[in-house]
Design a protein around this ligand. Structure first.
Ligand code: MSP
Length: 514
């Protein structure tokens, strides 16, 4: 089955921070999960490069917007590579092909009679690139997200007839699973029930944008242009943007993963734009919470960001990915705390998983000389076999609900059980009597087999650590799928083991990043 997944296209007003990394890591985990599950995945990410926010940032640096965009885009790509993000395509909205696509799409919307010239006046947040609703008597309103004063605008703009799609959007957002989590769905239902208002899709006096054919003094509103990045990225041939089923084989998008601040754009404006152009809306939109520091949204404009590169330098990629996916309830806000970060990573990855593997390999090599004397591993009646089945189910079901936290918990429960099993059975005592050798072999095998399964299950969340675990068991991680690797008893007892070496070093607490 085809599966298309997208991150938001990040504004290039500044380099990426931990908050932007969070969405991308979550998408990467989903993409890897669906690939292991046998799907043909198209994983899109990229950058949103136009608009006033970017133009102003470049002006302040005294460089051209394009040079500024190129610089920041490189930083995103560099970080995504560092974080081992397995994206298939990286979209840039300044790519010439993207302009062609925007023009093509616009002509479809025009054909539907959904564009008209009007006048827009209101309070605008350049940080959000969005008009805000403000109480009438408020004469100096500010943005609750960016903590900056809003700017008054009054200009002639082209409008998109969003109101025409009221019924369609009402129907769409009622579909079970279209918006998750549930709390966010209610927020959107409430917003839509108040009646959809047409919104402006062009700007005047803004050079840094895609020109509007037929209205040369206008450029497209940055959101109209950016959302279409998803279409650009899905095109089979990006140089000839045909909006047909043949050129869009990965359409519709299965899931747009985004932060809660941009849910309206994705769950309301965007589906309506697609319907207007005769295209299918996305199948689901997942809105996560914010990463906060001391209760405030971590943001480029707010200047309270945690630099992911510093964190990687200090703790490594696995630590960062694990903490974000394991500790934060995906729909909720999560406060980053260094102490908690260090404790969780050390406890889960170094102690519970790393030590389990290390000590079991050590025992196995010492007593069985690389060959565990077992003929039919799948028949071993170990308590761990039953536990593995339960935990694998929990893991898969949670992943299908985009609940990374529960998937990660299922892995840790499984590893805890394997540790308990080892401690209960105490093979180091049993082995003292040579007649127990077969029983000990079965116990050691069961724990190693559990480690293999844990290594596979870890792949979507922490692919590097997963690889190191599987390498220790001499398993080639590049060819695994769930279908060929999640059954009990697949570890070949005669395959041998690498010399034990810690798969996850402990990290030290530092107050530098807190
Ligand atoms: N450019 C638009 C998206 C266009 S998509 C066609 C945009 N860019 S952004 O860079 O401001 O934000 C991108 C994503 O990062 C959003 O989903 C936003 O919610 C997310 N985050 C930004 N700061 C964040 C945190 N502190 N925590 C979690 N996610 C955060 O909006």
């Amino acid at each position: 089955m085809k599966y298309t997944i997208t991150t938001p296209l990040y504004y290039v007003n500044d380099k990426p921070h931990l908050g932007s990394s969070y969405t991308t890591i979550a998408c990467d985990a989903l993409a890897r999960f669906h690939r292991l599950n046998g799907n043909s995945v198209l994983f899109l990410t990229g950058v949103d490069e136009h608009g006033q926010k970017i133009e102003r940032t470049a002006n302040a640096k005294n460089i051209s917007p394009q040079i500024h965009c190129d610089e920041i885009t490189e930083k995103y790509k560099y970080l995504w590579d560092k974080l081992n993000i397995s994206y298939d395509r990286f979209i840039r909205t300044t790519a010439p092909e993207h302009s062609l696509l925007v023009h093509k799409f616009y002509s479809k919307v025009l054909e539907s009679g959904d564009v008209y010239m009007g006048r827009q006046s209101g309070w605008y947040c350049v940080g959000c690139e969005e008009y805000k609703d403000v109480e009438e008597n408020n004469i100096s309103p500010s943005c609750s997200i960016h903590k900056k004063e809003l700017e008054w605008r009054d200009e002639e703009n082209l409008f998109f007839r969003l109101s025409k799609y009221q019924k369609d959007i009402e129907k769409l957002i009622q579909i079970e699973g279209f918006i998750s989590p549930k709390s966010r769905r209610n927020e959107i239902i409430n917003f839509v029930s108040k009646g959809l208002r047409d919104f402006s899709i062009s700007r005047v006096n803004l050079k840094w944008g895609i020109n509007v054919p037929g209205n040369e003094e206008h450029t497209f509103y940055v959101w109209f242009d950016a959302l279409l990045g998803y279409v650009s990225g899905s095109l089979l041939d990006q140089r000839s943007p045909e909006l047909t089923d043949n050129s869009l084989t990965y359409w519709p998008v299965n899931i747009h993963v985004i932060g809660k601040d941009i849910l309206r754009f994705h769950a309301v404006y965007w589906p309506a734009m697609l319907l207007s152009a005769g295209m299918k809306p996305p199948l689901s939109v997942l809105g996560h919470g914010f990463l906060t520091r001391e209760g405030q949204k971590m943001g480029k404009s707010l200047g309270n960001v945690l630099d992911p590169l510093e964190l990687i330098e200090h703790s490594g990629i696995d630590a960062m990915r694990w903490y974000l996916l394991r500790d934060i309830e995906f729909g909720d806000d999560g406060d980053f705390q260094m102490r908690r970060f260090v404790d969780i990573v050390n406890s889960d990855l170094s102690n519970t998983i790393g030590n389990l593997l290390n000590r079991t390999i050590t025992m196995s090599k010492k007593w069985f000389n690389d060959n565990i004397p077992i003929e039919n591993p799948s028949l071993i009646e170990s308590k761990l076999k039953g536990i593995s089945e339960i935990k694998i189910n929990e893991y898969i079901n949670s992943f299908k609900e985009n609940n990374f936290k529960n998937s990660a918990s299922a892995i840790i429960d499984f590893a805890n059980n394997a540790n308990l099993y080892l401690n209960d059975r105490a093979p180091w005592k049993l082995i003292k009597d040579i007649s127990n050798k077969e029983i000990v072999a079965q116990d050691i095998y069961s724990v190693l087999e559990s480690c293999r399964l844990i290594g596979v299950l870890l792949h979507p969340l922490v692919p590097d650590l997963s690889k190191r675990i599987l390498n220790q068991l001499r398993i080639d991680s590049s060819s695994i799928t769930f279908e060929n690797s999640l059954k009990w008893g697949l570890l070949d007892p005669h395959n041998g083991l690498e010399d034990p070496s810690p798969v996850m070093d402990k990290i030290e607490y530092t107050d530098k990043s807190n």
